[in-house]
Write a protein that binds this ligand. Structure first.
Ligand SMILES: [Zn+2]
Length: 214
């Protein structure tokens, strides 16, 4: 999870949300119409905000199942069904989250509210395995709610980690061949690429690079 800056509300919502919300509440239905909150304009803007990654786990969403997620579930508050600040983008792993009655959204990290520094105070990684930092309850609840420790995410983070290690080993081999010189700026930059916000699992790599002091 990384902090995400929310862009301005798309015009389709400014124009339609009042009408859509009213109709949805009057209909008495449990779920809002996903063809409305899943409008292309909304999808595109959420994707632009997160560099096409899941808001919670940073999995790249291009070509994978992705869904628009209500941060506060509609069943808790129907008024928020078409509320821009309540719409997030999630992979199928994280969208299958634990309901609010089990873990409330007020007890978890929120990528649109918490800063990177705050997120890093509560979440950490040992290789591809995520854990709560310093026994943080907020970190633990976040992992539990979005299943950030699922086997699927471990597997995907493991693949990304392997690419990083291959790059690192290549650099280390060059260092050995060149009389054990230290890592140059260009090589550091290559590894730092993994921590860029548009990269998958960038928080994991940021923590890893801090550990390696790169
Ligand atoms: Zn996810």
């Amino acid at each position: 999870m990384r902090h995400i800056d929310r862009l301005t509300e798309p015009s389709i919502l400014s124009k339609k949300k009042e009408e859509w919300t009213k109709k949805f509440i009057e209909s008495g239905r449990e779920r809002p119409d996903n063809s409305k909150y899943g409008h292309l304009e909304i999808h595109v803007l959420l994707g632009a905000m997160s560099f096409h990654k899941c808001f919670y786990c940073e999995t790249m969403l291009k070509g994978t199942p992705k869904e628009i997620d209500h941060f506060i579930e509609v069943v808790e508050n129907k008024e928020l069904a078409f509320e821009w600040t309540n719409l997030y983008l999630a992979c199928d792993n994280c969208n299958d989250k634990l309901p609010n009655r089990i873990i409330d959204t007020s007890d978890v990290l929120n990528p649109c509210r918490h800063t990177d520094e705050e997120i890093k105070t509560h979440l950490t990684f040992e290789d591809e395995v995520i854990s709560s930092k310093n026994n943080s309850i907020l970190g633990l609840r976040t992992i539990q709610k979005y299943k950030l420790d699922s086997g699927k995410l471990d597997y995907l983070r493991g693949i990304a980690l392997k690419r990083f290690h291959q790059e690192l080993i290549k650099i280390q081999q060059n260092q050995i061949q060149e009389n054990g010189r230290s890592m140059n700026e260009q090589e550091r930059e290559k590894l730092r690429q993994f921590t860029q916000r548009n990269q998958p699992y960038s928080l994991m790599f940021e923590i890893l690079l801090e550990k390696y002091q790169i």
